[in-house]
Design a protein around this ligand. Structure first.
Ligand SMILES: [Zn+2]
Length: 89
């Protein structure tokens, strides 16, 4: 199964969108697996106003570009929490 963003109405995981991005010579949208830690997961749920499951992925579109530190795979959630994570493309 293709990994896709779990956020409601997000189209980043759709095949058409991925093909379009590759055509434009862009890298595919990065997906981040939601945290396994229940308290961190709760923060993601609050930040995204959505109930996420530990197996879900959230794409980079829901984080500010400057909040994703690609070198260290560090992202900062809309509520200011910092989270280090391995990016999965
Ligand atoms: Zn998304």
């Amino acid at each position: 199964m293709v990994k896709k963003c779990a956020v409601k109405n997000c189209m980043s995981g759709s095949i058409a969108k991925r093909k379009m991005k590759l055509k434009q010579n862009n890298r595919p949208t990065a997906l981040f697996q939601v945290p396994k830690c229940p308290s961190m997961l709760q923060k993601w749920n609050l930040a995204l106003s959505q109930q996420l499951l530990p197996k879900n992925f959230v794409c980079e579109l829901h984080f500010k570009e400057e909040d994703i530190n690609k070198k260290f795979d560090r992202i900062i959630l809309p509520n200011g929490d910092i989270y280090d994570i391995k990016s999965q493309i």
